[in-house]
Ligand binder design. Structure first.
Ligand SMILES: [Ca+2]
Ligand SMILES: [Ca+2]
Length: 266
């Protein structure tokens, strides 16, 4: 091995190191300014009942306690089966008027805004401090997401008022390096997510810290992923439709097919 070659390697290594050092940190969640508010359906229109899920909304400034619900990793919301995915607003405990968006990547590649102004007022609303854009249970359809897709969600803190801090499900990509989302499996078909919208450790002030209460109640919503997808997310074995068909034969096949159609329609 000659010295010239070694020098070349050293230079290459130095260049690579430099590139790594200067590479921008991965963003928490890619936000598009081209997004606009999709149609919001009332809970009556969406036939959604928010009442069973209000119990998971933490009272203001109370850190989330141990929950008996099934804890999920919000950065790994993989859907195995196709489903018409919808998102329903449960509550907000925020002075900020946050914005929520989603991405789907993999088999279905799409993204968009879900709620442009997360603010509510009146009975049951935890953060009744200005704004009345949403009613509890309001629902947005994300459309059909195919099996083999990964759902992800991001929050723009006070985005309605021009805020620019974005929090995502990947803890290491958040600017403060802290977790800002919790996720639980609730009921038989929903993933419940709660966002914390302030920077920093609990009660930390100074610099970018915002005296956070770390209660993860600033935006709380559920995602209807369907029964089969939720079972998979909880680690249960759910057979492929084709396997079920071959195991059960033609008579049961009709039943399975109908059940799948219902899954899509719901
Ligand atoms: Ca509010
Ligand atoms: Ca909070």
């Amino acid at each position: 091995m000659n010295n010239k070659f070694l020098t070349g390697l050293t230079v290459a290594a130095a260049t690579l190191t430099g590139a790594l050092v200067h590479a921008p940190a991965a963003s928490a969640f890619n936000w598009s300014s081209a997004w606009s508010q999709p149609t919001i359906y009332s809970k009556q229109q969406a036939e959604f009942n928010d009442a069973p899920y209000q119990q998971y909304v933490q009272q203001e400034r109370v850190a989330i306690p141990n929950s008996e619900q099934f804890l999920l990793d919000p950065s790994k919301l993989n859907l195995k089966f196709a489903h018409n995915v919808s998102v329903s607003f449960i509550n907000e405990g925020a002075g900020f008027r946050n914005q929520l968006a989603f991405t789907s990547s993999g088999t279905t590649n799409t993204s968009g805004l879900i709620f442009n102004d997360i603010s509510c007022t009146g009975a049951g609303c935890v953060g009744d401090w200005g704004g009345s854009a949403l009613k509890l249970g309001d629902t947005v359809n994300l459309g059909k997401i195919k099996g083999g897709s990964q759902l992800d969600f991001g929050l723009k803190s006070d985005g309605f008022n021009g805020g620019t801090n974005i929090f995502g499900t990947k803890t290491q990509n958040n600017e403060d390096g802290l977790q800002h989302v919790v996720a639980y499996a609730v009921g038989n078909r929903y993933v419940l997510l709660g966002f914390e919208d302030l920077y920093g450790e609990k009660n930390a002030t100074g610099g970018k810290n915002q005296n956070s209460d770390r209660d993860f109640n600033d935006t709380v919503f559920v995602v209807d992923v369907g029964e089969d997808n939720l079972r998979v997310l909880k680690g249960e074995k759910v057979p492929e439709p084709s396997i079920v068909l071959s195991l059960l034969g033609l008579g049961a096949a009709g039943l399975v097919a109908r059940r799948r159609q219902n899954d899509i329609k719901e």
